[in-house]
Design a protein. Structure first.
Lengths: 513, 233
C-alpha cells in the first residue's frame, strides 16, 4: 500500500466528527422535546386551573362554540401554535381553540450559511423537513378513548406523542384534569406539533454535516498534499538512487543531497554520501590495475637497471644462466605491467578519442586476415558497407581481444572437431552486431554478467602461461560503450561453446551510400 | 672532453644504476635527488643532456617545472623525460614543455643509450655547418637523418626523436605495411599496441598542422601502418 493511501486512511479518523455532532444534536433534540412537554403541560394546567370550580363554564351548549369567557381563557393562555380542546366526563367535546398549522418563521442564517446551503441538497434527502401540510383533524377516537384525555379524566395529568392521522407530523398532547370540588368534571388537552423542534434539529444537523464536510475536505486535502509531497520526494530519491548505479554496479553519477532539514533530506544526504563513497571505492578498484602498474614500475626499473649493470661486469661462467632467468622473469613482469596499464590507458583514450565514420567490414576483414593464434578463423561480413561512428583503431583492438579470447577458450585439436572460430558481422534493427563464436567449455554460471568487469577472469590458473588479468573483456566493454553499444557473452544454444556479441548502433548519416 | 649527463631522479637505486651505466659508456654524470638540488646544480653548470623524472619527491610535477627552467636557460639542450608515468596526458604535457623525447621506465638501457647518442649527434651537427648530408626524400617529405629534422613541403614538422624514427621506419619503404613490432624496433621503444596507435595519431596531427590535406600514413587494420606516397605529394 502506498504511503499516500495510508495517509488518506488515517484521515478517516476525522469521521468521528460527524458522529460526535450527531450524538450532540440528538441530545439537544431530546432536551427540546422535554422542554416542549413541560411547556405544554404547563399550558394545560393553567387552563385547567382557570376553569377550576367554575362548572357553569363547562356547560355544554349544543351547536355553539365555547362561551365568551371560555374563549377568553383559551385564547389568553394558549401558546402560539397549539390547539386546545376540552372534554367532559361523557367524552363530549366542550370547546376547541387554536390551530396546529402555524408556519414557523424561516430560520435566521448562521455563520456557516454558505456551507449549509452547499450541503442542503444532501441533507434534504436524508432529513425529513417539517411540513405544514398534514391532516390535523382531531380523530374521534382520540377524544373518546384517547389515553391522554382518559388519564386526565381519571384525575392524572399525562402527555403522549402521537402521529398525525396521515403520519406526516408528530403531535404532542398533554392533558390536565379540571376539578370541581373533589370531582373531575373535564379534561383540558393541549396539542402541539414537533415542527419547531424538527426544524431546529434539521438545522443543527445541516450545520453538523456542513462543518464535518468542510473539516473532512480540508483535513483530507492537507494530508493528501503532505503525503503526496512525501511520496514524491521519496520516489525521486529512489529514482535518483537507482539511476546512480548502472547494471554493472558502477556509480554513474552521484546524486546531490537534498537541502531539506527533515528525515528525508537526511536520508537523501546520506544516500548521496554513500554513493560518493561507493564511487570512490569503485574507481579505486578500477584504477587499481593502473595504479599498481605505476607503483611497480619503479622497483622493476631498479631490478632491470641493476641486471643491465651486472651484465657489464666480469661474471663467473654459470652466472649467465641465472642472469637469463632473471631477465625472463623481468620480461614476464613487464608484460603484466603493460597489460595492467593497457585498460587504464584505454579508459583515458576513450574519454577524448575523436570519432569518425568508418566501415566496420574493412576492419573486421583486415583484422581477421592476420589472426592465427594456432586456430582457424572463419569470417562472414555482409555485402553492403556497415557504417559505424567511432574509432576504427579501437574497433580493431576490440576484435583482437575477442579473437584472442575465443582462441584461448576453444578446445584444441580433436575435441574442437574441425570447427573454426566464427567471426560474423551483421546488421539488424539499425545496429551492427559483431559475433565471435567458438567451440569450447560453457561459461560458469556464477560469472554471468561479470565477465566484462575489470580484473574478472574465468581462466583456470596455469603456471608458466601468459599472464591473465581479466582485463581483456573489460577492454571489449570499454570500446563497445565508446561506440554507444553493449557487449554480451552467452553460451551457444546447444551448449557446445560460447558466443560473444557486440551490438553497436549504425551511423545513421548516409547509411547505405 | 666527456659529455655531462644530468640525472634527476628521486629513487636512489635507479639513480645510481643509471649513473653507473652511463659512466661505463663514457659519459660524465651528475645526479640530483630533488628539484631544488637539480635547479641549483643547473645554475652552476649546465649539463649537455638532462634525464628528468616527472614526480620528484613531494612534487608530483617537479620534472615539468625543471624542464621549463632548463628550456629557458638553453633552447638547444636535449631533454629526455624518463618516468614511471605512462598516461597520454603526461606524455603530451612533457613534450609541450619542450622535451625532446619521453621514455617510460620500462625502457631498457640500450633504448635509452640509443636516444642519448642520437640527441648528442644532433646537437653536434646543429652547431656545425652541414658537411655531408644524409637525407631521405619521399614526395613532400624530407627527413634529415643526421639532424633528425623532418620537413613537409619545405616546412619543418616538429617531431620528437621517437616520432622521427617512426616516420622514418614507415617512409623508408613506401607501400610496405609495417606492423607494430617492426615499428617499435625501429623506434627503439617497447610499448603496447595502443601506445603505437597514439604515437601515429600524434604524428598525423603534427603533419596535418602543416598541411591539412596530409594523408600519407594509412592504417591497415589488424596489420599495422603504411606510408602512402601516392597521396599528399
Amino acid at each position: 500500500m502506498s504511503l499516500r493511501v495510508q495517509v488518506v486512511l488515517v484521515a478517516l479518523v476525522l469521521a468521528v466528527i460527524p458522529l460526535v455532532g450527531y450524538v450532540h444534536v440528538k441530545q439537544m433534540e431530546k432536551l427540546l422535546r422535554e422542554g416542549q412537554e413541560q411547556a405544554l403541560l404547563a399550558t394545560a394546567r393553567a387552563i385547567a386551573t382557570a376553569l377550576h370550580d367554575r362548572p357553569q363554564l363547562l356547560e355544554l351548549r349544543a351547536g355553539q362554540p365555547a362561551s365568551g369567557e371560555m374563549r377568553l381563557i383559551l385564547q389568553s393562555l394558549s401558546r402560539a401554535d397549539s390547539r386546545i380542546w376540552i372534554v367532559d366526563q361523557n367524552q363530549r367535546l366542550l370547546a376547541i381553540a387554536g390551530d396546529l398549522k402555524k408556519p414557523s418563521p424561516p430560520p435566521e442564517p448562521g455563520p456557516l450559511e454558505f456551507a449549509v446551503r452547499l450541503v442542503r441538497p444532501v441533507t434534504n434527502y436524508l432529513l425529513e423537513p417539517p411540513t405544514q401540510d398534514f391532516d390535523d383533524a382531531l380523530p374521534e377516537q382520540e377524544i373518546a378513548s384517547g389515553p391522554v384525555a382518559a388519564s386526565a379524566l381519571q384525575g392524572v395529568p399525562s402527555r403522549r406523542w402521537r402521529q398525525s392521522p396521515d403520519s406526516r407530523a408528530v403531535i404532542l398532547a398533554a392533558s390536565y384534569p379540571v376539578w370541581d370540588g373533589e370531582q373531575v368534571v373535564a379534561a383540558v388537552v393541549a396539542e402541539e406539533t414537533t415542527n419547531r423542534i424538527r426544524s431546529v434539529y434539521n438545522r443543527a444537523m445541516e450545520q453538523v454535516v456542513a462543518v464535518t464536510l468542510i473539516a473532512f475536505v480540508l483535513g483530507a486535502l492537507t494530508l493528501l498534499f503532505f503525503a503526496s509531497r512525501l511520496s514524491t520526494r521519496l520516489r525521486r530519491l529512489r529514482d535518483e538512487a537507482e539511476a546512480a548505479i548502472d547494471s554493472q554496479g558502477r556509480v554513474t553519477r552521484v546524486i546531490a543531497g537534498s537541502a531539506a532539514r527533515d528525515e528525508i533530506g537526511d536520508l537523501s544526504r546520506s544516500v548521496s554520501t554513500m554513493l560518493a563513497r561507493l564511487a570512490q571505492y569503485t574507481s579505486y578498484l578500477e584504477n587499481m590495475a593502473g595504479r599498481l602498474s605505476h607503483e611497480l614500475r619503479t622497483p622493476v626499473t631498479v631490478v632491470r637497471s641493476s641486471l643491465e649493470n651486472l651484465k657489464l661486469q666480469p661474471l663467473p661462467p654459470d652466472a649467465g644462466v641465472y642472469l637469463a632467468r632473471a631477465n625472463d622473469g623481468l620480461k614476464r613482469l613487464d608484460t603484466i605491467l603493460t597489460r595492467m596499464s593497457e585498460a587504464t590507458r584505454l579508459e583515458q583514450l576513450v574519454r577524448k578519442e575523436e570519432r569518425e565514420r568508418f566501415d566496420a567490414r574493412e576492419v573486421v576483414r583486415g583484422c581477421a586476415s592476420g589472426y592465427s593464434f594456432g586456430k582457424r578463423f572463419e569470417v562472414d561480413v555482409p555485402e553492403t558497407p556497415v557504417w559505424l561512428n567511432g574509432a576504427p583503431d579501437l574497433y580493431a583492438q576490440m576484435l583482437d581481444k575477442l579473437a584472442a579470447n575465443a582462441a584461448d577458450f576453444s578446445y584444441g585439436g580433436k575435441e574442437a572437431g574441425d570447427e573454426p572460430i566464427r567471426i560474423r558481422l551483421d546488421t539488424r534493427d539499425g545496429h551492427a552486431i559483431l559475433t565471435v563464436s567458438n567451440r569450447g567449455p560453457r561459461l560458469p554460471e556464477s560469472m554471468a554478467g561479470k565477465l566484462f568487469e575489470s580484473m574478472v577472469s574465468v581462466r583456470p590458473s596455469k603456471s608458466g602461461a601468459e599472464p591473465h588479468l581479466g582485463l581483456g573483456l573489460y577492454i571489449v566493454r570499454l570500446i563497445a560503450e565508446f561506440h554507444g553499444g553493449t557487449a554480451r557473452a552467452m553460451d551457444r544454444e546447444d551448449g557446445s561453446g560460447v558466443v560473444v556479441k557486440v551490438r553497436t548502433p549504425l551511423n545513421s548519416g548516409s547509411g547505405s551510400q | 672532453m666527456a659529455r655531462t649527463v644530468a640525472i634527476v631522479e628521486d629513487d636512489a637505486a635507479i639513480r645510481a644504476n643509471y649513473a653507473d651505466m652511463l659512466k661505463k659508456h663514457g659519459y660524465q654524470v651528475s645526479t640530483y635527488g630533488d628539484r631544488k638540488a637539480a635547479a641549483a646544480g643547473f645554475r652552476t653548470r649546465l649539463p649537455d643532456l638532462a634525464l628528468l623524472d616527472i614526480g620528484l619527491g613531494d612534487e608530483p610535477d617537479g620534472g615539468f617545472t625543471l624542464c621549463r627552467e632548463l628550456r629557458a636557460m638553453s633552447a638547444a639542450l636535449p631533454i629526455i623525460f624518463l618516468t614511471a608515468r605512462d598516461s597520454d596526458f603526461d606524455l603530451v604535457s612533457g613534450l609541450r614543455m619542450g622535451a625532446d623525447d619521453y621514455l617510460t621506465k620500462d625502457a631498457s638501457m640500450p633504448q635509452l643509450l640509443a636516444r642519448i647518442s642520437a640527441l648528442f649527434r644532433r646537437a653536434d651537427l646543429l652547431r656545425e655547418p652541414p658537411a655531408s648530408e644524409e637525407v631521405l626524400e619521399r614526395g613532400a617529405l624530407r627527413l634529415d637523418m643526421k639532424r633528425f629534422i623532418a620537413t613537409w613541403d619545405g616546412r619543418t614538422v616538429d617531431l620528437t626523436l621517437t616520432e622521427f624514427w617512426l616516420v622514418h621506419s614507415l617512409a623508408r619503404f613506401p607501400g610496405h605495411v609495417k606492423d607494430r613490432e617492426q615499428l617499435m624496433r625501429d623506434a627503439h621503444i617497447v610499448v603496447d599496441d595502443a601506445t603505437i596507435t597514439s604515437h601515429v595519431k600524434r604524428i598525423r596531427r603534427k603533419f596535418q598542422a602543416v598541411d591539412a590535406q596530409f594523408a600519407a600514413i594509412d592504417a591497415v587494420y589488424g596489420m599495422g601502418y603504411r606510408w602512402n606516397s601516392g597521396s599528399g605529394s
